[in-house]
Write a protein that binds this ligand. Structure first.
Ligand code: ADP
Ligand code: MG
Length: 210
């Protein structure tokens, strides 16, 4: 995998969050302030533009640029969280021109660690961590067992979506939704929902399908 792979991934993420903008915003309207769809769409559109303007960065540098752009364009919690995630992921690859599936896991694990550091959320707090952590764990486990990257990502997508759905009965303990207390129960977390889209886009980038 190389720089073009990340450009493809990010382009797919931008298209996917835009296609799901209304749904993400509705989910956020129920337990937040109704801006998650527009936040993610605006942020990833800006990232696509920044990557288009970039000339020949390594994969790691490209992710760092993507993260910096997200932080600069998204005011909500998701901007700094995903922004720092992509920057941390990019730093894992240093100046390597290409990387393998095992390193993709390390990129995602660093992204997850960064989100958890900054947001202090754990699985069960009803946040994006509920989708990302099981996805990263599934990817790691399947690759360690010798599965091809595409198959391992199938499991990651499944685990992420299961984690996303599992946020419905939870009471939020982090972020804006936590202000609602028990009233946050019964709604799917918007950030976990967009995170599941981000993981699905990664799988699509690996198998090269729309
Ligand atoms: P805001 O809440 O500032 O309006 P967004 O609506 O863009 O930002 O994003 C909300 C999502 O961000 C939530 O659904 C949740 O998944 C995620 N989130 C909020 N706070 C945290 C946190 N401390 N740690 C991890 N994720 C968080
Ligand atoms: Mg919001």
């Amino acid at each position: 995998m190389d720089t073009a792979f990340f450009v493809d991934w990010i382009t797919r993420v931008a298209a996917s969050v835009e296609a799901n903008k209304v749904r993400l915003t509705e989910l956020d309207a129920a337990i937040g302030d109704g801006d998650h769809g527009t936040n993610m769409t605006r942020g990833f559109e800006a990232v696509v533009q920044a990557l288009d303007a970039d000339d020949g960065s390594t994969p790691g540098k490209l992710l760092i640029l993507a993260g910096r752009t997200l932080v600069g364009t998204v005011g909500g919690a998701s901007g700094p969280l995903w922004g720092s995630a992509l920057r941390s992921g990019g730093r894992v690859l240093a100046d390597q021109p290409t990387f393998e599936g095992t390193q993709l896991v390390e990129v995602l694990a660093a992204a997850l660690a960064s989100i958890k550091d900054l947001g202090t959320a754990s699985v069960g707090d009803k946040t994006m961590v509920d989708a990302l952590e099981p996805a990263v764990e599934a990817l790691r486990a399947r690759l360690a067992a010798g599965a091809p990257v595409a198959d391992a990502l199938d499991s990651a997508v499944e685990a992420g979506e299961e984690g996303m759905r599992a946020t419905i009965p939870l009471q939020a303990r982090k972020g804006r939704a936590s202000y609602l207390g028990e009233r946050s129960v019964g709604h799917q977390d918007p950030g976990a929902t967009s995170t599941a889209l981000i993981i699905r886009a990664l799988r699509q980038a690996v198998i090269g399908k729309s």
